[in-house]
Structures are given as C-alpha cells and as structure tokens.
Design a protein. Structure first.
Length: 185
C-alpha cells in the first residue's frame, strides 16, 4: 500500500491526548506530530500506509465527537509537505509568492498538497496555528501564473470545507517582505 498522513484537530487538549492514544493503539501508524495549538486546540498527525492511517483517523473521528475541528487522510503526499511543516523548503531566487490562510491545519495541508501537485511552484512553508489564533497558512513561490493557479487550487480546496480565511498573490514582493516570507524568522 502507499504511504499516507492523517491529521485530526480537536478543540480540547485533554480529549486530544486521549484520542491520540486510541488512534495509535487502533492501527500500525507512526506519530508525526502531537501538540497543542492556539487557541487551546490539539493536533495529531500520523503516518503509515493508507489503510492503517484511514483506520486510525476513522477511530479518532468517532471518539472525538463534537470536539473535532477537522480531519483528513492524504495518500501519496507531495514530498515538499513535511519539510514545509517542520521548517522551510529552500527558494533560490525571488519570484512571485502566494499565501493561503485557513481556519484549520488539516485544511491548509490538504490545500497545499493539492496546490503543489497542480502547479509548478515551491511550497516554502506551512505555518501551523502557533500564535495566530488557531489558523494556518501556506506560502508558495514561483512564476506569477503558476502561483496564481496554486492559490486558486488551494483556495478552492479550503473553501469547499468552509475553512478559507483569505488568499493573496504578490507578483513582485518587496525585498523585506520576500525575506520575511521565505526565510526563517
């Protein structure tokens, strides 16, 4: 089977820990991320084969009840996703940038995966809900038309779930803004 990631986001930290334990016991999956998010949310990200990740996420969804914010299972995830979650993917030259902001981490990662698969862009970063009110945003870079396509695809993906906050394309970012968007702060 192919590799996948699964994400479950809850409004309760304590319930998140309980559900995370249940998910890990329900299938042969690896724990990739397990942490609190602002404002008082909890994120669990698992990896493994598609069947196992699906089984674990399904178990977590059932156990979460009304405390679940969002969840996804992504098979065949684009190789730039996990580096963008944990840091930055390098960008060699200044180009156009696109930013897509969502209300959940799961929606942002799903949108980013679809965007980079549909466009010739670099996924620079995915900033996960730390100090930004539980929201998440992604930054892509490339030619203006590719960035516009990526932003459109990502916005449509997040919008289908009702979790899009805002998106923008900046064709020629100022040097200071460029450094802020593509370098570690």
């Amino acid at each position: 089977m192919s590799q996948a990631i699964g994400i479950l986001e809850l409004t309760s930290i304590a319930k998140g820990m309980e559900v995370g334990d249940l998910m890990l016991k329900s299938a042969n999956v690896s724990l990739l991320v397990c942490k609190t998010l602002c404002p008082g949310k909890f994120l669990i990200m698992l990896g493994g084969d598609v069947g196992a990740v699906t089984q674990a996420i399904t178990a977590g969804e059932h156990a979460s009840g009304s405390l679940m914010v969002d969840s996804i299972v992504l098979a065949n995830i684009h190789p730039s996703i996990l580096p963008a979650v944990s840091g930055l993917n390098p960008v060699s030259e200044r180009q156009a940038v696109g930013v897509v902001e969502t209300w959940s981490v799961a929606a942002c990662i799903q949108a980013a995966d679809q965007a980079v698969k549909a466009s010739n862009v670099t996924l620079v970063r995915i900033h996960m809900a730390f100090g930004i009110g539980g929201k998440c945003y992604q930054v892509v870079s490339g030619d203006v038309s590719d960035v516009q396509n990526a932003v459109n695809v990502a916005s449509e993906s997040a919008g289908e779930k009702g979790l899009l906050v805002y998106s923008a394309v900046i064709p020629r970012p100022h040097d200071a803004m460029w450094r802020q968007l593509v370098q570690e702060a």
